[in-house]
Design a protein around this ligand. Structure first.
Ligand code: PGA
Length: 253
């Protein structure tokens, strides 16, 4: 039995005050639940404050990106040890906005995953195809290379700390979601690929979240699919009651 994992990716949104308010509303509104893992991913500059607010709760706090390097002359970058220092346990790696807007390649993503794992951070590796790749029937091929190149030289023991988020690029921030069947099909493909690359036990333990326009209306259908183990929620995670609704739906599955 894999525990559902609901994560909120706040992206480059909110003011300091709003991030604090949202965090307090989530903390106070969450019923203690052992059946769902919950995480929030604020902007770097709010991490310290947000982890303070969640310090007595079991909500994970994570960053949206990190540097490959530990420290040094890397202007504008934030390292794994710095993230640990402000209370992060998790980090998103390879989000499609990083891949497309900031040209992160599978090889950069592989180095970031290794840096995260070396720092004892638990990464969420994001994968997913663009619309034109789906139209050209290349979804499996794209996801397969994101996995094989992204996870190069990463051991099965390290994969036990990893979550994968399947986020079809065409569904992110567009209001278009993959149908539960479409999503489950790719999740199954991911699990089978991980079984081939590692072993059955590693593949069965791996949590695979779906992301892309998840909201309180579509969450139940998506989360009840056999291979979907949670959600990476963008826009809908900025509203405390919607995010709490999604968490309750996950808890009821
Ligand atoms: P969305 O974003 O829920 O706003 O589509 C998801 C994501 O980018 O992680």
């Amino acid at each position: 039995m894999r525990k559902q994992f609901i994560a909120g990716n706040w992206k480059m949104n909110l003011t300091l005050e709003e991030a604090g308010n949202l965090s307090r509303k989530l903390r106070d509104g969450l019923k203690v639940s052992d059946t769902v893992d919950i995480g929030v991913f604020p902007s770097f500059v709010y991490l310290d404050k947000v982890s303070d607010i969640f310090s007595e709760s079991n909500v994970f706090v994570g960053a949206q990106n990190m540097s490959i390097e530990k420290c040094g002359a890397f202007t504008g970058e934030v390292s794994g040890p710095m993230l640990k220092d402000v209370g992060c346990t998790h980090v998103l790696i390879g989000h499609s906005e990083r891949r497309t807007i900031y040209q992160e390649t599978n090889s950069v993503i592989n180095s970031k995953l290794k840096a995260a794992l070396l720092t004892d951070l638990s990464p969420i590796l994001c994968v997913g195809e663009r619309q034109e790749e789906r139209d050209a029937d290349k979804t499996d091929e794209v996801v397969e290379s994101q996995l094989s190149e992204g996870l190069l030289n990463i051991t099965s023991e390290q994969v036990n700390r990893l979550t994968i988020a399947y986020e079809p690029v065409w569904a992110i921030g567009t209001g278009k979601t993959a149908t539960p069947e479409q999503a489950n099909e790719v999740h199954t493909f991911i699990r089978n690929t991980m079984r081939d690359k590692y072993d059955d036990n590693t593949a069965q333990r791996l949590r695979i979240q779906y992301g892309g326009s998840v909201n309180a209306e579509n969450a139940e259908q998506l989360l009840s699919q056999s291979e979907i183990d949670g959600a990476l929620v963008g826009g809908a995670s900025l509203d405390s009651s919607t995010f709490l609704d999604i968490v309750s739906i996950a808890a009821s599955i």
